[in-house]
Design a protein around this ligand. Structure first.
Ligand SMILES: [Zn+2]
Length: 316
């Protein structure tokens, strides 16, 4: 069974091994695997949630490239050869920040100092909640986008930076951001209605990573993870024992796994406690085709439906 440390070492070796291939690709002058941007400015975003939000605001005027693709583990992503090519073309880079992307030092070392790196979560005007569990307890929790009202902040910040990049598009970006903000407000109301089916005493949301603090705060859940953040060690005996005790005591109708993390820890807890697992929930990445989480808005709806069905056992 690979330990997290071994997993990281293997990825680093792969990253080093790919680099000569990348130089070879440049040497051959084939321009790399990314499609051309048709003369439009290029903005690079760190992961797929930001990719969708950025596309909603940028529309056709800015080409958006994503670093960590659908299904990837964003906290510990390693830049790929294709990422280096996209970063070479970037005029603007958006990350989430608040330490979501552990690899920001590598990103900044790759970029020229003249390319702005905007940390959307750090520019949000909403209050930042604190990680409650584990080694990083007390640090700001980075998963602000799990509340659509906070995602609306991201849309406003994107609008302002796209306007700076492409001033002729000011009205276009403003209209896109306004229209998308209305859709975010609508989905927030819709999620509240979906979750209203869950009685007060069943509102315990247990996942692998405690990444749903903003969601829980917005919709009235008590939230627990096996571990506090994917940036720390995952699934230690102590973490597992704490959650098993909690589940014996609280007896939730289900516990949940997330799309970017193995379900084996949640499954282990299910076997120990007899509480069924449900999921996946989507948080650190959009889902692939057919997942119901291909866009941010659908991701939020799908999560809400999965949670409501599982915690009410399908009862109305
Ligand atoms: Zn996360």
């Amino acid at each position: 069974m690979p330990t997290p440390c071994r997993k990281k070492t293997v990825r680093r070796i792969l990253a080093v091994a790919w680099f000569p291939m990348l130089l070879f690709a440049w040497g051959c002058g084939n321009g790399g695997p990314s499609p051309a941007s048709d003369g439009r400015p290029v903005a690079v975003v760190s992961f797929t949630i930001l990719e969708d939000l950025a596309r909603q605001v940028a529309g056709e005027r800015v080409a958006i490239r994503v670093l960590a693709p659908v299904g990837a583990e964003v906290h510990e992503w390693e830049l790929s050869p294709r990422n280096f090519i996209d970063l070479d073309r970037a005029e603007l880079v958006f990350i989430n920040g608040r330490n979501l992307e552990q690899w920001v030092p590598q990103l900044k070392a790759t970029l020229g100092s003249e390319v702005p790196v905007v940390a959307l979560a750090e520019d949000s005007r909403h209050e930042t909640l604190r990680i409650r569990l584990g080694d990083l307890a007390g640090d700001p929790d980075p998963h602000l986008w799990m509340d659509p009202r906070r995602a609306a902040d991201y849309a406003e910040i994107l609008r302002d930076h796209f306007t700076r990049l492409d001033p002729a598009g000011e009205a276009y970006f403003r209209d896109n951001a306004t229209a998308y903000t209305e859709r975010l407000e609508a989905v927030h109301a819709e999620i509240g209605e979906i979750l209203a089916a869950i009685p007060e005493d069943r509102r315990l949301l247990v996942t692998s990573e405690a990444a749903f603090l903003y969601f829980a705060d917005a919709y009235g859940f008590h939230h627990e993870g096996i571990w506090g953040s994917n940036s720390e060690e995952e699934g230690t005996p102590r973490q597992m024992a704490r959650v098993i005790d909690l589940i014996h005591e609280r007896q939730p109708a289900a516990i949940f796994w997330e799309s970017t993390i193995t379900d084996r820890y949640v499954r282990g807890i299910s076997e120990e406690t007899g509480i069924p697992i449900a999921g996946p929930l989507f948080v650190d990445s959009l889902g692939g085709p057919g997942s119901g989480a291909e866009s941010y808005l659908d991701l939020m709806r799908t999560n809400a439906r999965t949670i409501a069905e599982s915690l009410t056992n399908g009862e109305p």
